[in-house]
Write a protein that binds this ligand. Structure first.
Ligand SMILES: [Zn+2]
Length: 488
């Protein structure tokens, strides 16, 4: 009997082994995000036979990929790309939001400490990301054998894509001018990261956020991660996430198509070519699945649009809140009924409303009226009462998909199309709205089992994770609402 039992177990183990061996997967998944890269930049910044051209020629292009929620900002974008869902489910409702009344940045975690950096560098983690993502699902599907590394200049752009169990996530710390991580991941900076910081000390001390040096250093760190963590060399599929942040920072400061932004994309095109070459050599084109996309697009700055008679405008949320608070004080006799704002979302002062015995809905309605402003804000809506506002259903849907209870504000503001957050005199570009300029992103898949081609049918940011997971035959992230794009 005992012998039979043992034989049965051996057979079952063999069956399990064969089943596992039958699942064909690439050695490596590479997810590249270009911060604030609007879709049309693919065709603006393609110079000759370089990186973008390789992707356009050898990849499968989705020409109509849209972000289905607002606000279209960095943290929400990075979380959504890799989790296949939106802030309503993954909880990353903005670059910063409110948790228990306290404003936090998307990845701030004061229960953790910085690893590397200096006394000003703070602890970070992916704990605010409520759902799983591609890296997490790979980790689960491979009995924890899959290894992921995330790199970027921005903390949120390294942390949110790489999930809850990467071997490492590394971002640039502006206080110490070095790449750092946090105790969530490890207690000591790996030697290869410490060596990288030492070797590149002079470059890191410069202005890497606004120059091509930021692009070079990001891909150089990604290359070191590939080599030192042996990504794509193990028995399970590994993952590398790379986010290029200086494209966004330079565009905010100097405007899309400024000479600075042009020079960064020029360099990016070269770095992509070089990095694809490294992947081809180390892993092999047929053994890695790469995708490139963006966390959001961006507008043209007001001065540029004004100079060519195009509709434009700017709106400042802090100023609007002050004006609205004056109006609310006149009506209700209470100070600061709008407690704070994070760009497009405004928070009511519930303590003041309760202690003055006011009706929340009445205060919210009055606040919406005070925030709506001809030529700048078309609609300000109380999210809890959204269905009763006469606004297009597409906007209602995007507000709902971007709203997370307890983190997002009570009121959402939709600016007039073409009006950006900021001042009219700023040449810098911005983003965050529902409009095409902010929500139409590039998406290209290349490598393992990808047949070159293109589609202009409507696809969604949330389809990216759905596609990758379907191709790998792993369960989609637990909050995924996307649909696979590629047939495989
Ligand atoms: Zn961004």
């Amino acid at each position: 009997m005992e012998k039979m039992k043992r034989l049965f177990l051996v057979v079952m183990a063999l069956v399990a082994l064969c089943a596992a061996a039958q699942v064909e997967r690439p050695k490596l998944v590479v997810g590249i995000v270009i911060d604030q890269m609007r879709w049309d930049y693919l065709y603006t910044y393609t110079w000759g036979d370089r990186g973008f051209n390789t992707l356009l020629t050898d990849g499968y292009r989705c020409n109509n990929t849209i972000i289905d929620y607002v606000p279209t900002v960095t943290a929400a974008g990075h979380a959504s790309i890799f989790s296949g869902t939106t802030p309503a489910f993954h909880g990353i409702a903005g670059n910063s939001y409110s948790i228990n009344g306290k404003t936090v940045s998307s990845v701030q975690d004061d229960t953790e400490k910085a690893v590397g950096g200096n006394e000003k560098t703070r602890g970070k983690s992916p704990r605010n990301l409520i759902t799983t993502n591609i890296a997490d699902q790979l980790y689960l599907a491979t009995d924890y054998k899959s290894r992921t590394v995330g790199v970027a200049l921005k903390d949120r752009a390294a942390i949110l894509p790489s999930g809850h169990n990467p071997v490492g996530a590394y971002w640039f710390d502006s206080y110490s001018k070095s790449f750092v991580t946090s105790t969530y991941y490890c207690d000591k900076l790996p030697k290869w990261v410490a060596d990288f910081n030492k070797k590149n000390r002079d470059v890191l001390a410069g202005d890497i956020n606004n120059t091509p040096a930021g692009t070079i250093i990001t891909f150089a760190l990604a290359e070191q991660a590939l080599i030192n963590e042996h990504l794509g060399q193990g028995e399970a599929t590994d993952m590398l996430t790379i986010s290029v942040s200086n494209t966004d920072m330079a565009a905010h400061n100097t405007g899309s198509h400024s000479p600075k932004v042009d020079s960064i994309y020029w360099q990016l095109d070269k770095e992509l070519a070089r990095f694809i070459g490294i992947l081809d050599e180390r892993i092999g084109r047929d053994n890695y699945l790469l995708f490139l996309t963006a966390d959001h697009g961006g507008t043209h700055g007001c001065p540029r649009m004004e100079s060519i008679n195009m509709p434009n405008g700017a709106w400042e949320s802090g100023e609007a809140r002050n004006v609205a608070n004056e109006e609310l004080k006149k009506q209700f006799g209470v100070d600061l009924l709008l407690k704070k704002d994070h760009g497009f979302t405004f928070y009511l002062n519930h303590e003041a409303i309760d202690s003055a015995g006011l009706n929340t809905h009445e205060v919210a309605q009055a606040a919406c009226q005070a925030l709506a402003k001809p030529n700048e804000v078309e609609w300000a809506v109380e999210v809890a009462d959204l269905d009763n506002y006469p606004i297009p259903s597409i906007l209602k849907e995007r507000i709902k998909l971007g709203y997370y209870p307890g983190r997002s504000g009570d009121i959402y503001v939709i600016q007039r199309t073409g009006v950006q957050l900021g001042k009219t005199e700023w040449a810098g570009s911005n983003h965050g709205t529902w409009s095409q300029s902010d929500s139409h992103i590039p998406l290209i898949f290349m490598g393992w089992h990808v047949t070159p081609g293109e589609t202009s049918r409507l696809t969604h940011m949330t389809d990216i994770a759905a596609t990758v997971c379907a191709m790998l035959h792993i369960q989609a992230p637990n909050g995924c609402i996307g649909t696979p794009i590629l047939e495989y």
